[in-house]
Design a binder for this molecule. Structure first.
Ligand code: NDP
Ligand code: MG
Length: 376
């Protein structure tokens, strides 16, 4: 296990849970990053004593530098600082939200780090490029997302991916499961933020309510495991106890189960191939609710279908989908648009922004910018 670590997005939901794990594993923190939450990152920096702290927001970096003036911790600001932090430590946890994680993730890959990857938007926008770069530089990418960690665990020891008939991603269904279009149309971000099983950052929580999160995860799984869309299925599983499953060609199905606690997949990404004691809750089969499974409703929740269509189109379509969704979710969180405006705006961006096949990094960045301009 690498004894040193950098955490990009340390102040967020995944970042804070990572620090919980880091404390138990007694790892040395080399760098922490955030955007603007100066108060929280100051507390984290005083406790974990990294060599460097990077703030994406320059004004926040100046504020933090003044607050940490009595320490020997270096404080930097801006995108370059984030990228520098991504090249420190043996393992880099990518827990920033959104496509801003792409360049730092690529920097960590080029530096040959182990990447504990939570930032799924990076794999959605540029998954083929990211995975190809990782192969070239021999960087390990270990998923943190609970479904992809479950699959990673079920695939341990497999030699030939041809033996996999399909992956089955489980989906909690989010706070709006079972509701009709008419009931959902007036739902505000306050309603969407009440997730039944997980406490997460606001963007992913809204993505769970629209099922866009599962759409992003289908693409994430295809990139991580180099599988076509036909081999990645989604089932609704309200209890979030079966984290995902792999069906093999002989009909055997392996699953990973556990209490819904992100500290388990976070820790596994840090300790793999080893397993050690964890602060995560343990599963009690005798008291847990009955496990149920159902088909997702792609008509009432069109974002899942939009994501599946984007990945079929290929090229920059997934970057367009992701960027439009990021912007639409920002508007929804500020109560500027309604629930069904999210798929409407994503769909419009997919129809209007031209798709480039076999994209370069620059093509992806351009598609991302063009899609964001379509969302208003
Ligand atoms: P949060 O919103 O809780 O945290 C986001 C982190 O990213 C914060 O540290 C934030 O800093 C930082 N950040 C935000 N904007 C920027 C920016 N422009 N530049 C640099 N840093 C920025 O998100 P989550 O922890 O919930 O999610 C992080 C990632 O992990 C997402 O990609 C999500 O999809 C994925 N994920 C999350 C899960 C969860 O349980 N939360 C589960 C599976 C995947 P600041 O605090 O200063 O704003
Ligand atoms: Mg997930």
């Amino acid at each position: 296990m690498n004894k040193t670590i950098s955490i990009l997005g340390a102040t967020g939901s995944i970042g804070r849970q990572t620090l919980d794990v880091v404390e138990k594993l007694d790892l040395k923190v080399e760098a922490l990053t955030a955007n603007s939450d100066v108060k929280r990152i100051e507390e984290q920096a005083r406790k974990f004593r990294p060599r460097m702290v990077a703030m994406a927001n320059e004004a926040a970096a100046q504020d933090l530098a003044a607050r940490l003036a009595d320490t020997n911790i270096r404080v930097s600001g801006g995108a370059a600082a984030l990228t520098e932090a991504a090249t420190m430590g043996g393992t880099v946890v990518t827990a920033v939200v959104g496509m801003v994680g792409l360049k730092p993730t690529l920097a960590a890959i080029r530096a040959g780090k182990r990447i504990a990857l939570a930032n799924k938007e990076t794999l959605v926008c540029a998954g083929e490029l990211v995975m190809e770069t990782a192969r070239k530089y021999g960087a390990e990418i270990i998923p943190v997302d609970s479904e992809h960690s479950a699959i990673f665990q079920c695939l341990r020891g497999i030699r030939d991916m041809e033996e996999v008939r399909r992956l089955i991603l489980t989906c909690s269904g989010g706070p709006f499961y079972g509701k009709t279009w008419e009931e959902l149309a007036p739902m505000t971000s306050a309603d969407a933020l009440k997730h039944p099983n997980w406490r997460m950052g606001p963007k992913i929580t809204v993505d769970c309510a629209t099922l866009m999160n599962k759409g992003l995860e289908v693409i994430e799984a295809m990139r991580l495991y180099r599988l076509p869309l036909e081999k990645v299925h989604v089932v609704i599983h309200r209890q979030s106890i079966v984290h995902s499953l792999v069906e093999f060609r002989d009909g055997a199905v392996l699953a990973q189960l556990g209490a819904p606690d992100m500290r388990l997949p976070i820790q596994y990404a840090l300790t793999y191939p080893h397993r050690v004691e964890s602060p995560a809750d343990t599963l009690d089969l005798l008291t847990c609710p009955p496990l149920t499974f159902a088909e997702p409703d792609r008509t009432t929740f069109p974002c899942l279908r939009l994501a599946e269509e984007a990945v079929k189109t290929g090229g920059t379509a997934c970057a367009i989908l992701n960027a439009a969704n990021e912007e639409a979710v920002k508007l929804y969180l500020r109560d500027k648009i309604g629930f069904y405006d999210i798929p409407r705006l994503v769909s419009r961006a997919l129809e209007t922004v031209p798709v480039v096949q076999n994209p370069t990094l620059q093509d992806i960045l351009d598609a991302d910018a063009a899609a964001r301009r379509q969302v208003f």
